[in-house]
Every structure is written in C-alpha cells, then in structure tokens.
Design a protein around this ligand. Structure first.
Ligand code: UDP
Length: 460
C-alpha cells in the first residue's frame, strides 16, 4: 500500500487527482459486451474496472429457492484476486457478501420481479480493477446490464459516494481518499431520488451529511445522464435504421436525386409538374371514391381537370418525366404523380365495374406492396441484431454459476442438484431459443424461462 500523502487536498483546493470537491471521476460505459449474458456492461470509473453480466429471468437452481409470487433477485459481487494492490483472497469474504446483499437491496425496489414468479434474475459483478467506490461503480454498471437484459424496471439506479477528506466533504472518493480520509458514505438512488442504499464508514456531523447529499444529488444526476445516453445509443439505433434502409431502398439513388436536383430548378416543366402534384394531393380519398361510384359527383370536375392536365404534360416528353424522377427525394409527391399515370385507366375501369370500386385503389395497393418489400429486410436486420445475443447457453452460464456456487447463494449439495438439472437443460434450451430471438429488444423480454409463459412482449 502506498504511503499516506501529506495532503489529500492541495492549497488551491484541488484533490490529488486534480478534481474539485464536487466532481466525479471520468466514467466510460460499454453495453452488451458479453454475448452469452442476457445483458451486460463494462464500466470504467476512474481506475475502477467492472464487468457485469445479467442472466434471466430464468429457471431457479436450486428449485427450493423459487418463490411462487415473484422472481428471486440474486446479486454476486466478486473481486478478482488481481484487482487490488495486495492480492485479494479468491472466493467470498465478509466484505463481498455484505456488498452483494446491500447492492441486491438497492435494486429490489425498482426491478419488477413480481412479473416473473418462480424465476431468478442473476446479476454477476466482477471487479477487475479496484480503486475505491467499487460497490457504487458495480451498481451503476448493473443498472445498465439489467436494462440491456430487458428486465422491466421502474427506472435506473445510480450510485455514488461522498466522503470527508482533510476535513472537507468531497464527492466520489478515490483509493487514497478512501484509505486516508475520515469518512466514506456510499449512496444509491432511483431516478426519482428514492434512496435504495445508504452506508457510512467513519464519523460525520448532520451538517456534513447534508452537504454530502447535495454532492450526491449532483453526482447521481451526472451518472444518470451518462447511463441514459449509453442506453439511448444502443436502443434507439434499431428503431431508426430500418427507416434509413427503407429510404435507401426507395429507388436506392440518392446520388441520382443529387445529380438531377439542380436542373429541376431550371426545368420549365417543373413548375407545371409541381402544380399538378399539389392539386392531386388536395384530392382526398373520399373524392376519388365518390367519383368512382358516381361520375356526376361534383368532386369529379376537379379530378378530370387534373387528369387532363397531367396527360397533356406527360405527353410533352421525357424531360418532364426526368423532372418528376428528380423529385424522388420527396417520395410522397412522386408517388402521387406516378399514381396519376395509371389513374385514368383505373378511373374508367371503375365506371365499367361499379361493383368493384377497389380498382380505383390499385395505386394504393401498389404502395402497400412496395412497403411490404421492405419487411424481409427489416426482419433480416432484426435477426442480425439479435443473432449475437441469442447464444445464451447453459454451459457458459454454468461457468459463472459454478464460480458463484462457491459463494453466497449455494451450498455444495445445491451445486450438485443444479448440475443434475443442467444435464436435462440442453433439450429445453433448443426449444426456447427461437422464443428468445423474438423477444430481444429494448425493454423487451429476452427469453421466457417461466413455464407459465407470463413473460412476453405484451407484459412490458
Ligand atoms: N480494497 C483492497 N483490498 C480488499 C478490499 C478493498 O485493496 O480486500 C481496496 C479497493 O481498492 C477498494 C477500496 O479498498 O475499492 C475500498 O474498499 P471498500 O470496502 O470501501 O469498498 P468500495 O469503496 O470499493 O465500494
């Protein structure tokens, strides 16, 4: 252990790592780093490095740990032996058991465990490098991993500590401050500011605690913003990309649009075309339908006028068509115009077969077909996104579980019974896999281990 520094706060009021009293250490979060976990997160906070894997809701081993009315939340904090300066003794310790307990309790108010009776939600925390504040860092990472796993929660949990160093209240202690400071006060809270973890090591006056809480609020707010940004980045993308793909698909020629756009400004036909398009847009579906059923309808006059104009303009030559194509960037307008080309035929046909007014809707049907063309691609896209995550296999989970088995939740006999039941697992797993694939997504269920089938997209 390094020697105690002379001062932890320098004369200019800064801390040894250059931070002000109310500053948190830089935080970096990666989400979905473990393909075999249902949700995962890697978090660096200062020199802390934490890896979290979330599994579940899934079958409970040993079965006697099941609860009929709710999911069992299990949290296992483990410090790698190489994570600290002096080698940490492998396996559970009083400290790791305590941290596991209080951290689990920090999540219990937000996880909607009652939705998944008879299942377990397992949170495995591995501290790869420790530099004080590992429990708070682990809670922040677990919050993200739970969201990544699609576990329904009332909100995210954020955590941060304050402490007293050289008589000053400071936010987010580093190792030296933790070791040589006068107090350490870790807190976790929900998005609504409800405190779900509160511990204190050292002595503080009520005023100091009040001051510390002001810092905690600030710190947790900043952390929450980072967490939300990370989740948004991951889960907003799949929603946006299919649209982007779709727009590429529509004629797939942005370049074409770019090339033709300038000439459109000068094309003399462009104004006429735009006018026709605008007029066509003014026509409602009801007008078209009314005309299809009754030629004498007053709405028909305008419609006929537009058709005539369109015919006249189209006959004038390819230059107009080119101009129209250049409009493809504004897809709605283009579609409206294309419909016009077929419109008269459809219009006339509708008079011949009044009993089949659907024909007038042909252009709409075409549109629908165009839209459906995108669907397989959207599905493919979804599959691509899902595939890396669908690999949750019992074997790999077993590895982590086996490590866990040395610790808090399970005795040796439990491990044996778990191993036995796992032998049966592959058959079940292969059946479940497609289910998992369907459900993957932001705030969606990853898989449905509950035989009752209570877990599904609709639940969320
Ligand atoms: N630590 C250590 N060896 C141990 C336990 C802890 O070196 O066996 C260090 C580690 O850097 C840890 C810090 O002491 O982050 C503070 O530990 P504490 O128990 O206060 O928990 P934390 O602040 O990490 O939540």
């Amino acid at each position: 252990m390094s020697d105690k520094p002379e001062k932890l706060i320098t004369d200019d009021g800064l801390r040894l790592d250059g931070r002000h009293a109310d500053e948190i250490r830089p935080m970096k979060i990666e989400i979905g780093v473990l393909s075999r976990a249902d949700g995962s997160c890697y978090l660096e906070w200062g020199r802390n490095k934490i890896l979290v894997g979330v599994f579940g809701p899934r079958e409970v081993h040993p079965r006697r740990s099941q609860r009929a009315d709710t999911a069992v939340i299990r949290y296992k904090y483990n410090m790698a032996s190489f994570s600290v300066e002096d080698r940490a003794r492998p396996g559970p310790s009083r400290r790791s058991i305590e941290i596991s307990k209080v951290s689990r309790e920090a999540f219990e108010p937000v996880i909607m465990a009652e939705l998944f009776p008879k299942t377990a939600i397992d949170i495995f925390v591995e501290v790869l490098q420790a530099d004080a504040g590992t429990r708070t860092a682990a809670i922040n990472a677990s919050s993200i991993a739970l969201a990544d796993a699609g576990i329904p929660m009332k909100g995210l949990v954020t955590s941060c500590a304050f402490g007293k160093v050289d008589g000053q209240i400071v936010l987010d202690l580093n190792k030296e401050e933790d070791n040589y400071g006068e107090a350490d006060f870790p807190v976790a809270m929900t998005q609504d500011g409800e405190i779900t973890l509160l511990q204190m090591d050292g002595n503080l006056t009520p005023d100091e605690i009040r001051k510390g809480f002001e810092l905690i609020k600030k710190g947790c707010k900043e952390i929450l913003e980072i967490q939300q940004a990370v989740l948004r980045k991951k889960f907003e993308t799949p929603v946006e990309e299919p649209e982007a793909e779709a727009s590429e698909e529509a004629e797939g020629s942005e370049a074409e649009v770019v090339e033709t756009e300038p000439s459109l400004e000068y094309a003399p036909e462009a104004a006429a075309v735009e006018e026709i398009i605008e007029e066509t847009e003014e026509l409602s579906e009801e007008t078209v339908e009314a005309c299809a059923l009754n030629e004498e309808a007053p709405e028909c006059e305008k419609l006929e006028e537009i058709i005539k104009d369109a015919e006249a303009e189209i006959v004038e030559g390819e230059s107009i068509e080119g101009a129209i194509e250049a409009e493809s960037e504004e897809e709605v307008e283009k579609e409206a115009f294309e419909e016009e080309a077929d419109f008269e035929a459809a219009f006339e046909a509708s008079f011949e077969e009044v009993s089949e007014p659907e024909e007038i809707e042909e252009p709409e049907l075409e549109e629908t077909e165009e839209e459906t063309e995108f669907e397989p691609e959207v599905e493919e896209f979804a599959e691509e996104k899902i595939q890396p995550e669908e690999e949750t296999q019992p074997e790999e989970e077993a590895e982590i579980e086996e490590a866990a088995s040395e610790e808090t939740f399970e005795s040796e006999s439990e491990i044996e019974s778990e191993a036995e039941s796992r032998k049966e697992a592959p058959a079940e797993q292969t059946v479940e896999e497609p289910e998992e694939e369907k459900c993957k997504g932001p705030w969606k269920v990853v898989k449905d281990p509950s035989e009752s089938g209570s877990r599904g997209e609709n639940d969320e």
